[in-house]
Design a protein around this ligand. Structure first.
Ligand SMILES: NC(=O)c1ccc[n+]([C@@H]2O[C@H](COP(=O)([O-])OP(=O)(O)OC[C@H]3O[C@@H](n4cnc5c(N)ncnc54)[C@H](OP(=O)(O)O)[C@@H]3O)[C@@H](O)[C@H]2O)c1
Length: 354
């Protein structure tokens, strides 16, 4: 019998694109699975209901509601893309999968979407180069709970172990490209830069360059599918404390990207100069981009020396490299002009405390 997969954040950029990819599969183990999509609002339910999957409206912070969803839909695998920082949601999902495992006697799985930039020096990572096959959990433990993303990563591994749930963590790098979901189709960083540049008629960059790991959304969803297929086929892949997967396609050199963006926007008559200028201050950058002041500099300048091993060992072959990305910057602009209809809520909690 096919397994039951729940994708959280299914109205979001990554979750919506993962769902679209899973639905489009015409053969293979995902095709045989029953898909459920967790969303938050009435409008999202309506929007996704035409897809022919089981759409569930649930606030993931509500432990009782999450348990009901997982048990009544007999969920075996959760692909969590809703939030990397909300420990309540993570805890509710893992505990519910623990109960489902007890009831079914079958293994249950939790795939967590985290944030790769937590392994950059600007975010307090002191160890330099890190491979996803290194003992990352031990290193995160050594650093304690200072960073919310690390705190949630540790929670995932430890709570899953305690509940008998098999866990995997995907520290997601900077993602770009058009999403293929039904609701939010744009990512975070690059659309924010494009929006701010058009609004203020100038492309700004930080005074320090950054080279963050990056991935095109189409390559990222293929990785989620590959990982899910390996789980469905019960392959002995890294899991638990060893279950980190850096889904990194290439690096992005921010200054090169900003220069190209300035040229593209200038050619469209949307900015005054075909060159990027330096942000007047981090505060202005935070205000214009809509990012929390605490993180804006790290978001714009951090690199991190992340080496993907586990992801590639599964046979993942990303199709996008940096050259292709830089050549596609004008389409990033076009995507914002066409698809910027749903505001991101990713930073709402942090911004409300500033
Ligand atoms: N995009 C990137 O470049 C990137 C890079 C690294 C890591 N990530 C991480 O990957 C995850 C997904 O990113 P994304 O770009 O797809 O974000 P997104 O477009 O904002 O999608 C997240 C979705 O999860 C939903 N959600 C959040 N909290 C929820 C809750 N408590 N209950 C139910 N639903 C909830 C949101 O609902 P609403 O629609 O109602 O807001 C939204 O639809 C995030 O954790 C993000 O930090 C993203």
């Amino acid at each position: 019998m096919g397994k039951n997969i729940l994708i959280t954040g299914a109205a979001g950029y990554i979750g919506g694109s993962v769902l679209a990819d899973f639905i489009s599969r015409t053969s293979g183990p995902i095709k045989a699975a029953r898909l459920s999509a967790a969303v938050r609002s009435d409008e999202q339910v309506q929007s996704l209901s035409k897809l022919g999957v089981n759409v569930i409206q649930v606030d993931l912070g509500d432990e009782t509601a999450v348990k009901e969803v997982v048990i009544s839909n007999k969920i075996d695998i959760v692909v969590h893309t809703a939030t990397a920082i909300d420990g309540h949601a993570v805890s509710a999902l893992i505990k519910a999968l623990g109960q489902r495992r007890q009831l079914s006697g079958e293994e249950t799985y939790y795939i967590h979407s985290s944030i790769a930039s937590v392994f950059a020096e600007e975010n307090g990572w002191p160890y330099g180069e890190i491979r996803d096959s290194d003992p990352i959990y031990e290193k995160e433990k050594e650093l304690g709970d200072a960073h919310i993303i690390r705190k949630v990563n540790i929670l995932v591994t430890e709570l899953a172990r305690e509940q008998g749930v098999t866990s995997m963590i995907i520290p997601v790098p900077q993602v770009y490209g058009r999403g293929t979901g039904e609701w939010r189709k744009l990512s975070v960083s690059i659309p924010a830069s494009i929006r701010a540049s058009i609004k203020h008629k100038v492309v700004y960059q930080f005074d320090t360059d950054g080279h963050p790991p990056s991935v095109h959304i189409s390559d990222l969803v293929v990785f989620y599918a590959l990982l899910t297929e390996n789980i469905l086929q019960k392959k002995p892949i890294p899991r638990g404390e060893k279950g980190y997967y850096f889904a990194i396609g290439h690096r992005t050199h921010w200054w090169e990207f900003m220069q190209r963006l300035a040229e593209c926007l200038h050619a469209r008559g949307l900015v005054r100069k075909p060159r990027a200028e330096t942000w007047p201050s981090d505060e202005v950058a935070a205000d214009y981009l809509g990012f929390p002041r605490l993180y804006v500099r790290a978001m714009g300048t951090s690199s991190g020396d992340l080496v993907p091993v586990n992801a590639y060992q599964l046979g993942w072959q990303p199709e996008w490299d940096e050259k292709r990305f830089i050549e596609s910057v004008d389409d990033e602009v076009q995507a914002v002009l066409e698809l910027d209809t749903v505001k991101s809520t990713l930073f709402d909690t942090v911004l409300s405390k500033e």
